[in-house]
Write a protein that binds this ligand. Structure first.
Ligand SMILES: O=C(O)C1=C[C@@H](OP(=O)(O)O)[C@@H](O)[C@H](O)C1
Ligand SMILES: C=C(OP(=O)(O)O)C(=O)O
Length: 453
């Protein structure tokens, strides 16, 4: 679907969608339990893939009261009590890396064979380190094409043990092994062979596990417990644990990766004297809440009432900054879009792992922002956007079938002169299904092909 965004201003109040990362984990944790209710879930293409996997393992996911899952305020999960059944069919993880990694480790617990696949993007993303780790733990875990990519074949059961794993490809391997490790016999000890990137996502995991009554611990070189995942040399999770959230339910917080587009939209295009107010912005372990500090550093006018969970953003002149996205890969497209509007140079460093996402987001943002008139320089680990040389004007751009590229280009399109056409607008269904409705409500001039408005 083509989406046409014409330069426009925004104002008013909107609500952050629920967190994709917490929803994936909560659905799977509820699956590992004897049953639990997940409140305020994100119902999106990616989280539906995790729900399908929970069902394939012998659990079930149903809306609490709505008839349609897309309208659900809560999902009632029937658990499989830590012992996944052998699925009756291939598990289709669609576009979701989180689903594929977390479900591969869950599949290793089953006493039989599971086959996992996904769309073309997911079948090109790296799964090798997780397959090797599972192999070292005695599980048959293979890529059908022997290239470390899906389709994957996994034959359990996994008993647990000690394993080495690189930390710089995907933190989701750690999350996957910790979540599955808790219900193994022996537990799992992970030794990182390279420093952990995307560490806050493991903090999200640790926080959620704790809420489900499961203990997992980051450790330093000497094996002593640490407070968080940053700088950890490894992780330990004891086996024989049970998943059970207090009072049988878990509530998902708002999503700061999604909030980043709303913050950026307000920073570049709020109507003079007006603000964009974002509700549902309560602090949690999400590293992507750094978008508030990053945008402020660029000069944005932001107030964040953390207790109320409300962010108010007004337009301001922005200047380029340097940002290390080692911990916050999903912010790269948003920061690049902000950088294209800012004066001066925005250098986004430590971003090699951002190339392993739904698409190579470093190349995608460099190339698509250039079509809008920005100048960019791409290196393997750094993306520089030369804002002062940019004079953004509407163009036809490709969302690369990647939700975050689509949403970031839509932010840039708010200030690009004339109209920008973004190819593949439907891909926002992965993490922020009502993105264009929410933006239209705030004042974005947007038309979607096939719609009359
Ligand atoms: O665990 C998670 O929920 C995620 C971890 C990150 O991936 P990597 O750990 O692969 O960098 C992030 O990019 C992804 O959107 C969600
Ligand atoms: C990379 C992402 O997710 P996943 O790894 O689950 O596909 C994302 O949401 O930006």
């Amino acid at each position: 679907m083509d989406v046409h965004v014409t330069s426009s201003t925004v104002r008013g109040t909107t609500r952050a969608p629920p967190s994709k990362s917490y929803t994936h984990r909560a659905l799977l944790a509820a699956g590992y339990s004897d049953g639990a209710t997940v409140r305020s879930p994100l119902v999106s293409a990616d989280t539906k893939a995790t729900a399908r996997a929970v069902t394939a393992f012998g659990g079930g996911v149903e809306p609490e009261s709505a008839t349609d899952i897309d309208d659900a305020d809560a999902l009632v999960v029937d658990g499989f009590g830590g012992r996944p059944a052998v699925p009756g069919d291939v598990i289709d993880c669609a576009n979701s890396g989180t689903t594929m990694r977390l479900v591969t480790a869950a599949a290793a617990l089953a006493d039989g064979t599971t086959v996992l696949t996904g769309d073309g993007s997911l079948r090109s993303r790296p799964q090798g380190p997780l397959l090797e780790a599972l192999g070292d733990l005695g599980v048959r875990a293979e890529s059908t094409r022997a290239n470390g990519q899906a389709p994957l074949v996994v034959s359990g059961p996994l008993a647990g043990g000690e394993v080495a794993l690189p930390g710089d490809v995907s933190s989701q391997y750690v999350t996957a092994l910790l979540m599955a490790g808790a219900v193994t016999e022996a537990g799992v000890e992970i030794d990182l062979t390279t420093p952990l990137k995307s560490a806050p996502y493991v903090d999200i995991t640790l926080e959620l596990l704790d809420d489900f009554g499961v203990e997992a611990t980051p450790v330093d070189d000497g094996g002593s417990a640490l407070d968080g995942a940053a700088g950890a040399a490894g992780f330990v999770v004891d086996g024989g644990q049970s998943y059970a959230p207090a009072d049988g339910s878990y509530t998902v917080p708002g999503d700061f990766s999604s909030i980043s587009y709303l913050v950026a939209a307000g920073a570049v295009a709020a109507e003079p004297g007006e603000a964009v107010r974002i509700e549902g912005a309560v602090p949690s372990a999400q590293g992507d809440s750094a978008i508030v500090e990053i945008a402020e550093r660029m000069g944005a006018d932001i107030e964040w009432d953390r207790e109320a969970g409300v962010i108010a953003v007004r337009r301001a002149d922005l200047s380029g900054v340097e940002v290390d996205v080692g911990d916050t890969p999903d912010l790269l497209p948003t920061i690049a879009a902000l950088g294209a509007v800012a004066e001066g140079e925005t250098r986004i460093t430590n971003c090699e792992h951002v190339r392993y996402k739904e698409t190579d987001r470093v190349a995608a943002m460099a190339e698509e922002l250039e079509k809008l008139g920005a100048e960019t320089t791409e290196e393997q680990d750094t993306l520089t956007v030369h804002g002062s040389e940019s004079d953004l004007r509407g163009a036809s751009v490709d969302g690369r079938a990647d939700h975050r590229i689509v949403m970031s280009l839509a932010v840039a399109a708010l200030v690009a002169e004339g109209t920008t056409t973004i190819r593949g607008g439907e891909h926002v269904d992965v993490s922020f299904p009502n993105f264009f409705d929410a933006m239209a409500d705030l004042g974005m001039a947007v038309e979607r092909d096939g719609e009359s408005e």
